[in-house]
Design a protein around this ligand. Structure first.
Ligand code: NAD
Length: 263
């Protein structure tokens, strides 16, 4: 049995646990906060874990975070301390250089790795190949429908359904990940793959015409250029999260266990 522990049982965690159990050959533990309202939603096929000792007792071969930036802080070092890889969905948490250094140090000390998946993004292979090219410029645009930004629109005094696009942010990936940590994981992944948080340009737009959660990526360098647009359907359980993210995590887990690795 391939033993996988998943931190969080929201939209991504639930979809991932269900997909792993459907595949077969996986034993799944779900890490919940004590007293979590999600406890009743954990299926009988999963082990429920509330603390680091119980996580260690489950003996996971890999731990997956699907719970948010705070969970990366709470669970990251202890999980890496088990000597098994930690696959992060909340990559935006790594805009904090101190946290990133602490996680890298914990992984090195335990002889393991931090895995960062594509998530809702595409084109990471190209960005990694081009990262050392001269004159490299990387731009990312997030365009989501108003439902994905309802709280923020309210907070900024906008109507819930604006008639025209509203630009929430124009700045660096560091500013974007710091201001919207739950929404800007893609910008953070792109920054880490390419030219870093301060040089990656980001714009965040609420677009009433958006057909889904749209990620636009433009890369230009001496090697050539890449322009792509990914239109993701929102997760049925969370309009801020793209449905494909749980599949990206599933694919990363399968790669971890696979003899043949696609890089
Ligand atoms: N990399 C990407 O492309 C990408 C895309 C979308 C979302 N994400 C990340 O994935 C995370 C999860 O997304 P979601 O749609 O499943 O969110 P969600 O809100 O539906 O679920 C998150 C769950 O985690 C639980 N949780 C929070 N802190 C916890 C902790 N310390 N320990 C255990 N459980 C905890 C919450 O109670 C909630 O049930 C988001 O916070 C976001 O950072 C990444």
């Amino acid at each position: 049995m391939r033993r996988v522990a998943i931190i969080g049982h929201g939209a991504i965690g639930r979809e991932l646990a269900t997909a792993l159990l459907r595949r077969g050959g996986y034993a799944v533990a779900v890490v919940l906060r004590p007293g979590s309202s999600r406890a009743g939603q954990v299926g009988p096929d999963c082990v429920t874990v509330h603390d680091p000792a119980a996580l260690a007792a489950f003996r996971p071969a890999i731990v997956v975070e699907a719970a948010g930036a705070q969970a990366v802080r709470e669970w990251g070092p202890a999980s890496l301390g088990l000597g098994v890889p930690l696959l992060l969905s909340s990559v935006g948490a790594l805009h904090d250089d101190g946290l990133r250094a602490a996680l890298v140090e914990a992984a090195e000390a335990a002889g393991t790795r931090l895995y960062l998946p594509s998530g809702a993004l595409a084109g990471l292979d190209y960005v990694l190949a081009a990262r050392a090219a001269g004159d490299l410029r990387i731009r990312y645009e997030s365009r989501k429908p108003p439902a994905a930004w309802a709280d923020e629109l309210r907070r900024l005094g906008h109507v819930e359904r604006p008639a025209r696009p509203v630009t929430l942010l124009e700045g660096s990936a560091r500013e974007a990940a710091a201001r919207y940590p739950a929404n800007l994981n893609v910008a953070a992944t792109l920054a880490l793959a390419g030219i870093g948080f301060d040089r990656t340009e980001v714009s965040v737009v609420v677009d009433p015409e958006a057909r889904g959660n749209t990620h636009g990526i433009a890369v230009a360098s001496e090697l050539g250029s890449l322009e792509l647009s990914v239109v993701n359907r929102p997760s049925p359980d969370n309009p801020k999260t793209s449905w494909i993210v749980s599949r990206s995590l599933l694919s990363a887990i399968e790669q971890h266990f696979s003899t043949v690795q696609l890089l």
